[in-house]
Design a protein around this ligand. Sequence first.
Ligand code: ARG
Ligand code: MN
Ligand code: MN
Length: 312
Amino acid sequence: MSSAHKFIPDPKTVAIVGCPFSGGQHRVGVDEGPIHLVNAGLTNQLTELGWNVQFDGHHQFEEISAASDPPIGKLRNPRLVSKVTEAVAKTVGAYAKKGQLPVTLGGDHSLALGTISGTLSAHPDACVFWIDAHADINTAETTDSGNIHGMPVSFLLGLGPKFAEFAWVKPALKTSRIVYIGLRDIDAGEKRILKENNIKAFSMHEVDKYGIGKVVEMALDHVNPNRNLPIHLSFDVDALDPSVAPSTGTPVRGGLTFREGHYICEALHETGLLVALDLMEVNPSLADAASVKQTVAVGCSLVRAALGETLL
Ligand SMILES: NC(=[NH2+])NCCC[C@H](N)C(=O)O
Ligand SMILES: [Mn+2]
Ligand SMILES: [Mn+2]
């Protein structure tokens, strides 16, 4: 079966961008996520789905010692996160400009500052599906944790205080072009930001109320009413219920089922509009071996679903 990709020319190529990075939060191990996902056979699985797979090894990031990267205000590891995400933006943007579909494997969700910047450099009118238990829209003022993986969306939207260290970030995303699914752990400041900016969000309450099929349709109607804009899918594995994806840094009960998570990926594939995908926050050091294996397998299977694997 050949799927009609509206923005990815044949022969369709996916570029795997492995990002062993954990500087956007404080738990060790999330940098091992991409290595586990690739070792589980992800590249071969995508070849079998009919994709050319480009993978040149995991991203090598410049090191910045903690001593030379003190907090700026509440922001932790600001220079490191900025450098790394800027490099990711360049890499993702270059692949997207060549007509390839970048699949970025995290690593923590601060990386989406890079991936979405990269996508928007190639597809300025792209919309973003942010699938997550969290909104990751804190600013340097509202954050409690100081972890930048809880803030990438505010940077992309140009909300909150600006920092010279992040001068490369263009606030290229419009509030009307992002939609959330799966939310259930939103900080008070984030609730305010979502409301004040009229940002569309489907929490687990709406998933329960309408069912995932209707929610994805409503989400598409909001960000992509004519079904003609490129789509960037940023999937935080903690959107799934911890019984489905236990091995992650900030698990929250009451999440998406295995099928609901996959349905989102399948439905976005069916649009033919997907131009980039992130799979973030798999942390192989936070659970027993069986749970790690389960989480890594679910991660691979979400990526396959977004890239065309069907049940029949
Ligand atoms: N990408 C994630 N898992 N983010 C979790 C963010 C948690 C919390 N809201 C914070 O700002 O720290
Ligand atoms: Mn999350
Ligand atoms: Mn997240």
